[in-house]
Design a protein around this ligand. Structure first.
Ligand code: TXA
Ligand code: MG
Length: 313
């Protein structure tokens, strides 16, 4: 029943926050300009940031995108439903507010039963950015959406904790060669192995790229990224009478207050799932600083490295 109510709200031009496997989205009918304007108002997001259109079936792709290359179908088959957004040339009918006036549109089939049920009941495309205020940390629980945007959404669908915990990988297939616009838990290497060709990294591109120019994914508490060596030195020095929270990978053992240690998982997927929820909880506890211990340099950690770098800029 709630899913039908949520779909009806979308048809009426309302805003529905819903869970996906990555983070919660703030959804509106992607073909209703007035509804889309409400997304930007609620998030306090500038209009030059395009929105991702969520669909439930790959057959809907051609309603939004044109000249869909075989590479897109390969990636859709390998990774959808899942945490991958594909940027393609847009159909002329796609509203400029969705694409920030660009000739491309981002599309994704999310892998979450509630998201898929909502998209199926609604029948069309749902534009959904992460359900947070502009530049804040993306929400990975319904309570986090309530705290960020509770007064501004018509309905929040509660799907518990997001299982991936970081925003989708974004790959641009609208150019001559594939370009990775945002790293995610589907790695560049996994995409290259499906495509059988190299994926370029974003460099000096004219398009608006997520998180490239302003502070993104950021806690309000001052946050610093520290190497294991710097962290160990800091803890052995006698300067620890400030309330500091540490996201640690090295086993630090017990440290007395005012220091709080959150021992993070050493598995990348488990770490990603916990990261935003942990940052949000620590942010609410008002430490003077958050220290995040640097994570491994291997490919599984690339998206996490990206987000913790941005959190500590
Ligand atoms: O995991 C996700 O992708 C989540 C869930 C809700 O699906 N959504 C999400 O949306 O992270 P958002 O709006 O917070 O981030 C999407 C990013 C934006 O920063 C935007 O700049 C970029 O995708 N984007 C969207 N359409 C684009 C396009 N046509 N060209 C280049 N970048 C685009
Ligand atoms: Mg976002």
């Amino acid at each position: 029943m709630t899913i039908n109510q949520a779909a009806a709200l979308l048809h009426q031009g309302g805003l529905v926050a819903f869970p996906t496997e990555t983070v919660y989205g703030l959804g509106a009918d992607a073909s209703n300009e007035a509804a889309l304007r409400k997304i930007f108002a609620a998030k306090e997001r500038p209009l030059d940031h395009p929105l991702i259109v969520h669909i439930s079936d790959v057959l809907q792709l051609n309603q939004w995108a044109r000249d869909v290359p075989p590479a897109a179908m390969k990636l859709a088959q390998a990774f959808w439903p899942g945490p991958l957004t594909i940027i393609l040339k847009k159909q002329p009918s796609v509203l400029p507010i969705v694409t920030a006036g660009q000739d491309t549109v981002g599309l994704r089939i999310p892998n979450h039963p509630i998201a898929l049920a909502l998209l199926t009941a609604f029948g069309g495309g749902v534009a959904a950015p992460s359900a947070n205020k502009f530049t804040h940390i993306s929400p990975t629980t319904a309570a986090a959406v309530q705290a960020e945007l509770g007064g501004e959404v018509d309905l929040i669908l509660d799907g518990g904790n997001c299982t991936v915990g970081l925003e989708s990988t974004i790959i641009d297939l609208s150019r001559e060669q594939p370009v990775l616009l945002r790293p995610g838990m589907i790695t560049r290497e996994a995409i290259e192995s499906v495509l059988g060709e190299p994926v370029l990294l974003q460099q000096d591109r004219a398009v608006i790229a997520p998180g490239m120019h302003e502070k993104h994914y950021a806690p309000t508490t001052r946050t610093q990224l520290v190497s294991p060596v710097v962290l160990a030195d800091f803890l052995h020095s006698n300067e620890c009478n400030e309330p500091i929270a540490i996201l640690a990978l090295s086993p630090l053992g017990y440290l007395p207050p005012p220091i709080k240690v959150v021992q993070m998982p050493t598995d990348a997927a488990a770490y990603a799932k916990m990261l935003y929820r942990t940052l949000r909880e620590l942010d609410n506890e008002h430490y003077s600083r958050l220290l995040i211990e640097a994570v491994p340099c291997s490919k599984e950690w690339a998206a996490i490295r990206d987000r913790i770098q941005k959190a500590s800029q």
